[in-house]
Design a protein around this ligand. Structure first.
Ligand code: ARG
Length: 452
């Protein structure tokens, strides 16, 4: 029987374990059963196998499923092992299951089928993360914080404005994942090895039975392409890069005492009793490394592969699974850390005004009063050397303009610009940190979470 022939071919030799993908294939066990069922149903509908034969095969597949992955016989991969199990159960008629297909289109379909589920879960995690960011932002539209460029105090902003800067980035990560989903959701089944089949199959029907949006048309393309893995992993690597940024910020902010991480997301030292370390966020930050290694693993494995199927593809898939798992875990941890973080409003308020962070606002106030911005910039820069308070500004005015400052700008306007809270409130341009502007961003973000 075909059964005996296949077993002889996979008879072993020193490369037996090396050839096998049984370890990694556990992840597509359920997918393979679904693909087998859809294929057999289509074969029966097309009259390629009889209804009775199809019934027997479907019954055997149910048994295989009930027995579970660990009960599968030996095989080069899950596809071969399931086929062997079906033949062991119902005899040679089980071999009809593989009519008009190959493991090449079969595995490509299984990967896409399973990856869709993983993508949906990753998408759900990004939405939950965005909700956590939005909820924290709602509580902190008026909580001042220092904003940095080059890690130097730059201009005061608010915790909500900072949180929503990440919400915006994760919203785009969501779009990229949705995009990857739409191209993953196409069915290669029926491509056979790469060259199609003489049997009168119905590819649209199997695609429909498996819930795919459409088929991958060209059979050579269908069995060999893994670009959907590249897109998915690249979207995940981008997301992991976003996560590494927020993790880094939170690590820095906890170092400065601006934020207290929940004990659930911190850890202590085995020797230094006083320590509370942001280890979980360090691990989130490091996940960008896992994701980028997954992406480069895939890119280098796929590069220069000739048409059509090559066994290299077997080693490409685990790069995707590894990335999916690592990033998903990291996003959930990041969401938890954000949701439970405790912001020290007093500490943040003090810090928001440090380092003459209101200097730009003062220059803006002088420019509003009619001074050329460049002159205002020069005057404020001079004052910043003496601490940047009103007296320093006034002295700088005498030096640059030969007149006291209030000859140009009312004192209240300058005092107000020097106040971090007023400074934030004044920056109400679209997307800016003023509480009303942040409210607008917040409601757009809430809406987008619902639509996505
Ligand atoms: N397990 C293989 C994979 O992951 C599918 C096997 C196709 N084998 C073959 N010799 N064409 O790609």
């Amino acid at each position: 029987s075909g059964d005996v022939v296949r077993r002889e071919r996979f008879s072993g030799g020193p490369a037996r374990g090396f050839l096998s993908s049984m370890g990694a294939d556990k992840r597509i066990f359920e997918a393979d059963l679904a693909v087998d069922r859809a294929h057999v149903v289509m074969l029966a509908e097309q009259g390629i196998v009889s209804e009775e034969e199809a019934g027997e095969i479907l019954g055997a597949l149910d048994e295989v499923e009930a027995a579970g992955y660990d009960a599968l016989p030996e095989g080069e991969d899950v596809h071969a092992a399931i086929e062997t199990a079906v033949i062991d159960s119902i005899g040679p008629v089980g071999g009809k299951m593989h009519t008009a297909r190959s493991r090449n289109d079969e595995v490509a379909t299984c990967i896409r089928y399973r990856l869709r589920e993983d993508l949906i879960e990753a998408l759900e995690s990004t939405l939950a993360f965005r909700e956590a960011l939005v909820e924290a932002a709602e509580d902190h539209t008026e909580t001042l914080m220092p904003g940095y460029t080059h890690l130097q105090p730059a201009q005061p902003t608010t915790v909500a404005h900072w949180l929503l800067s990440y919400e915006g980035a994760v919203a785009r990560d969501t779009e990229r994942l949705l995009d990857a989903y739409s191209r993953t959701n196409r069915c290669p089944l029926g491509a056979a090895a790469f060259a199609g089949t003489p049997f009168d199959i119905d590819r649209e029907r199997t695609a429909e039975l498996l819930g795919f949006e459409s088929v991958v048309e060209n059979s050579m393309d269908a069995s060999s392409t893994r670009d959907f893995l590249l897109e998915t992993v690249s979207a995940l690597a981008t997301l992991a890069t976003t996560l590494s940024g927020i993790a880094e910020d939170l690590i820095l902010f906890s170092n400065k005492g601006y934020v207290d991480l929940s004990d659930d997301y911190a850890s202590t030292s085995s020797i230094m009793p006083q320590k509370k370390n942001p280890d979980t966020l360090e691990l989130v930050r490091a996940t960008a490394g896992d994701a980028s290694s997954g992406l480069s693993g895939l890119l280098t494995t796929l590069k220069s592969l000739p048409r059509a199927y090559n066994r290299d593809l077997q080693r490409a898939t685990p790069h995707a699974w590894g990335t999916v798992d690592a990033v998903r875990e990291a996003i959930e941890v990041a969401a938890g850390a954000v949701a439970t973080a405790d912001w020290d409003e007093g500490e943040l308020k003090t810090a928001a005004g440090e380092g003459f962070s209101t200097a730009t606002g003062v220059a803006d106030a002088l420019a509003t009063a009619g001074l050329p911005f460049r002159t205002a910039h020069e005057l404020v820069a001079l004052a910043s050397e003496d601490g940047g308070d009103y007296e320093a500004l006034d002295a700088a005015s005498e030096e640059v303009l030969d007149e006291p400052l209030d000859a140009h700008v009312p004192r209240e306007a300058v005092e107000s610009a020097l106040d971090p809270e007023e400074s934030v409130a004044s920056r109400d341009s679209q997307g800016g940190p003023a509480p009303e502007a942040v409210e607008e961003t917040l409601s757009a973000a809430r809406e987008a979470i619902v639509t996505d």
